[in-house]
Structures are given as structure tokens and as C-alpha cells.
Design a protein around this ligand. Sequence first.
Ligand SMILES: Cc1cc2nc3c(=O)[nH]c(=O)nc-3n(C[C@H](O)[C@H](O)[C@H](O)COP(=O)(O)OP(=O)(O)OC[C@H]3O[C@@H](n4cnc5c(N)ncnc54)[C@H](O)[C@@H]3O)c2cc1C
Length: 348
Amino acid sequence: MMYDYVIVGGGVAGLNLAAKLRNKQVLLIEEHKNLGPRRCSGLISDRINKFFDLPKSIVEREIYKAHLCCGEASAQINLNSVVLDKEKFETFLLRKAEKNVEVKYERVIKVSDDYHGVVVTTSQGVYRTKYVIGCDGANSFVRKTFVEDEPKKFFFGKFCYSNEKPSDEYKVFFDSKYSDLFAWTAPRRNKVEYGMICEKNLSNKYDTFMRAKNPKETSEDYFGVIPTGLCKCSFSKGILVGNSAGMTKPLTGGGVIYSLIAGKIAARELNKDEPDFRNYEKKCVETLGKEIKKQLFARRIYSKLSDRRKQKMINSIKRERFSIDMDFPMTDILKDKKMKILKSFFGR
Ligand SMILES: Cc1cc2nc3c(=O)[nH]c(=O)nc-3n(C[C@H](O)[C@H](O)[C@H](O)COP(=O)(O)OP(=O)(O)OC[C@H]3O[C@@H](n4cnc5c(N)ncnc54)[C@H](O)[C@@H]3O)c2cc1C
């Protein structure tokens, strides 16, 4: 049979999109029966409530404050965020997706173009489709086959859980000895998460951080790659959604909300009789690409800051009682008086 769409990858991006497709023949192929390895902290903004009415069991905790720390400096900012149980969230999306699409647990090993569409070969079969949708994450097979472009940067994340009693504090550490991005301790439902994302030297930095914080009774470590910096996300035979196209925030690595936004844009196009993939890309650039570009620029500046300068910035945040849009921080900062904080990046 000929599918309208084959979605490769059943993470948040693939499952969410699958749940939104209507009256189409769709196959979603995910290589892991349990929906993949654990690779996400699940801290996201409360914008999630615009997408779903989430059952309470999926939300481990609501977090309204974060402490930003560097050396002796620390400041509190206001957040409107939740910590999701990512496995339960993906199962929730899977249940929705299963109502609309066929799901197979197989590993895609080849994707190729043919005259009538695309041939997707897995470890167990061969499937024909008019179009293919790459939701297959950092090392996207679909991206490598169809797009001569890739996300601008790749970050690496590692975290573990400690059986300590959680407080209400989400702490973010900007000390360069810990990470060239940031490290954190995050309260979950009944435990505390210790983790970091980093561009370089993840293992050494992680060891330094864990030695300094010395958490008790820790779980195994979880690891994941975060591609960031929107790349070309459409081609004649399909599109890319989520991590496969670098749809994550260059300042934090967060990508759940961006995947949901891109899924909404994609579904609008894919549900049409004649989808226009360039229109999907145009809308993604307008909605996500501009913010991602600004964050890449801020990330470049951040990478040059000494710890002393970061401390100065944290101290000016302290004076301002700062709160920020977690998903579009640069658009938010640049539009009003928060610009003062940005200026402290450059101040003496
Ligand atoms: C350590 C870490 C912490 C993070 N923390 C946060 C956070 O706190 N908040 C936040 O918003 N975001 C966070 N993210 C990012 C977030 O998880 C992703 O941006 C988001 O889940 C979207 O992912 P995705 O579905 O595009 O890709 P993925 O989650 O990578 O899913 C891709 C899927 O494709 C499947 N797949 C890949 N290749 C094949 C193949 N050949 N055949 C079949 N299936 C295949 C994989 O098994 C996987 O299930 C974090 C990421 C990491 C690594």
C-alpha cells in the first residue's frame, strides 16, 4: 500500500504531529518499543497548557522560581514552568496518535527517493509513501538523506536523580568550571535531578559538578544530544520537525515547546490535499527561526563572558526582580526595559 505520510521517529515531535493528522494514511515508525531512552529533563514553560489539558499524573511539579548562581552571586527570577514526567507525557501522546495513525516499532535503515514517492526500509519491512516526515532526532536519517544542511550546534546533556528530598528551588549554575552552558539541580516529585548541558568536555565537567554537589544515592546517568539552530526543514518529498531540524533553544537546549509549535504548523499544511512544504518552512522560520537566531547570537556573547561578568549580570538581575518568557527570551528581552539587563552584558 502507499501511505500519504511515513513519520520516522516517535519522540515528542513525531507523536504530537501524528496525533494531529486527519483523514490521511499515516505510518509512524519508532525504533524503541518503550519510546526511546530517557533523554530529557522535562522542564518546560506553562505554555504547554495551551496545547493540552494534561492529566495531573504527568506533571511532577510546578516551578515558579529559579535561582541563578555563579560563584557567590545568586539571583531569583520568576518562572511559570512545570516539570513533566517525560515518559508518561510521551505515552499520553502515543495514545492520541494511535487513534489516527498506524504505529510500528522498527528501526529505519534506509530512506530513498523513487519516481512515485519515498521508499522507507526498516529492519523488518519496506514501506512506500508519498512523503516522509523526519522526526528522528539529533542524528536524523531523513535529514541526512534529503537535506544538505544541519543544525548549527550540537549540545550534550547528562543527568541523574538523587533520592534526596526535593525543595521548591530550581537552581541553575553558570560557573565555567561546571559547564560552558549551565548545570542545574531540579526538584522533581520525590527526588532531585542533577544535570548539565555542555558544548565541550561534558564528561570532565559533569564529574567536577557531581564531586562539588556530592548528591546522595544517585541513579544511573542519562545522556542525550541536543541539536540547535534551525536548519533547512523542507524538501520536495517531506519535512523535518523537532530536534532533527535543530528546533531547540540555543540558550537552554529546551525543545519540547518548539516541537509542539512546529507540529501545529506542520499539521495545518499536511492535512491539506496538496501540502506546500516550503510554506511550512517559511512559517517555522517566522515563528521559531528568528528567536533561535537571536539566541545563537546571545550564546556567542555568553561564551565569551568571564565568571566575573556573569556574576555582575546576576547581581543586576537581582535588583530588577526579573521574569522572562522561557520560550522566547530574546524577543522578550529586546522588546522592553529588560534591555537594561542585556546592557549589563556589555557594561564595565
Ligand atoms: C539531556 C537532555 C535534557 C533535555 N531537557 C529538556 C527540558 O528540560 N525541556 C525541554 O523542553 N527540552 C529538553 N530537551 C530537549 C527535548 O527533549 C527535545 O527537544 C524534544 O523532546 C523533541 O525531541 P524530538 O521528538 O524531536 O527528538 P527525540 O526526542 O530525539 O526523538 C526522536 C525519536 O526518533 C527515534 N528514531 C531515531 N532514529 C530512528 C530510526 N532510524 N528509526 C526509527 N526511529 C528512530 C528515536 O528512538 C526517538 O524516539 C532535553 C534534551 C536532552 C538530551
